[in-house]
Ligand binder design. Structure first.
Ligand code: TXA
Ligand code: MG
Length: 350
């Protein structure tokens, strides 16, 4: 049963408490309702994908109470600071390099070296984000493929019983998602049009490039970016039923025997735990495996239902041949960045 919380002080503190303990809470923004989770907690973020029934781990936007908090986790240059000063709080999302000591977890960033951040223009939601005092990841609060919700009833239509609570902050003023602008490279690139127009942005930072769009709602639309970013340096072999002497093992459930280097996604065979441990596992096996002179990563079968589809999707991208790279070059550094969660936030999910 999903709690419906009023946007008063009792409702806000309940919503903050749920978020801080790993629960899913939907809340209004000026654009659409977001399905929030603690962006520093990969298990909480995994539950977003599970609740939405999303077959893919798209990178999510982290929400903050103000620019100063956002820029503790990503590197803001002059363009980012100028745009934040002009448009935040408001419907503009900035994609920026993750800080090495930032708290946004790999799953929220889909393993990318960048992260999307924004400060929504909704007073009670800003109060909530201030109370949570951590990055809050939030895609639109609808089942995958359904329309984005613009009031609390819409949220409950799709997600009743699948999330802990919805904070009813009233109808959304704008109703379409924020503009997404990639500032991680030398030239600014529009990834998704939205409430803030290119002209508005160009008036502040000068020319903005357009990326090639996608037909798929919520698809990452960066210029060819995502596919190659998901790959570790070592070749990945899926659905393995044995392990070679020179392979690391990404296990699920009871591990195959014989591997010198093993990362178990979930010894208990839980998909939410496997999703939460996926990016860390690829990164660790890639780095340690290379150091040990191993030549590949064998992956045990992960079942296809629910979150399993998203996990398998990500693994198949990791296993896909990489154009223009010999075996073992390239990908490793793309899985680095971020993730140094302070010990008081670390949860033992092994
Ligand atoms: O208005 C909004 O932006 C709403 C409210 C809830 O804030 N949120 C939203 O989130 O629309 P979502 O997950 O549906 O869309 C996030 C978009 C996707 O197009 C995603 O690919 C892009 O932001 N994105 C996130 N992180 C990115 C990154 N590191 N690089 C490139 N694109 C990124
Ligand atoms: Mg969406």
């Amino acid at each position: 049963m999903t709690e419906r919380l009023a946007a008063n002080s009792a409702g806000l503190s309940r919503a903050a408490e749920l978020l801080r303990s790993g629960g899913l809470v939907a809340f209004g923004t000026e654009t659409v309702y977001g399905l929030g989770a603690d962006a520093t907690d990969p298990l909480a973020v995994a539950r977003i994908f599970e609740a939405k029934n999303r077959p893919r781990f798209n990178p999510l936007i982290s929400h903050f109470a103000d620019a100063a908090h956002a820029f503790e986790h990503v590197v803001a240059d002059d363009r980012a600071r100028a745009l934040a000063a002009r448009f935040w709080p408001g419907p503009l999302t900035l994609v920026l390099p993750r800080r090495a000591n930032g708290w946004i977890c790999d799953l929220a960033a889909a393993g990318l070296p960048t992260a999307a951040v924004r400060v929504p223009a909704q007073d009670s939601t800003l109060a909530l984000l201030g109370a949570v005092d951590r990055p809050v990841a939030a895609p639109s609060a609808n089942l995958s493929g359904a329309v984005s919700p613009s009031d609390a009833d819409h949220v409950l239509d799709g997600l009743e019983g699948r999330i802990a609570a919805v904070l009813d902050t009233g109808p959304c003023r704008i109703g379409v998602e924020s503009t997404v602008l990639d500032l991680s490279g030398p030239s600014a690139v529009l990834l998704r049009p939205g409430g803030i127009t290119v002209e508005d942005i160009e008036a502040v930072i000068g020319p903005v490039g357009q990326s090639v769009g996608s037909d798929e709602p919520d698809a990452p639309v960066g210029p060819g970016m995502l596919k190659s970013h998901y790959a570790p340096g070592l070749p990945v072999r899926l659905d393995a039923s044995d392990v070679a002497v020179d392979e690391a093992l990404l296990a699920f459930g009871a591990p195959l025997s014989g591997a010198r280097l093993v990362w178990n996604l979930s010894a208990a065979g839980r998909l939410d735990e496997a999703a939460a441990r996926l990016f860390a596992g690829l990164r660790v096996l890639d780095r340690e495996g290379a150091a040990l002179g191993l030549r590949g990563i064998a992956v045990q079968p992960v079942p296809d239902g629910g979150l399993g589809a998203a996990i398998r999707d990500r693994l198949s991208r990791a296993a896909a041949p990489r154009p223009g790279s010999g075996s073992g070059s390239g990908g490793a550094s793309d899985l680095s960045g971020g993730g140094l969660v302070p010990s008081h936030l670390q949860r033992n999910i092994a």
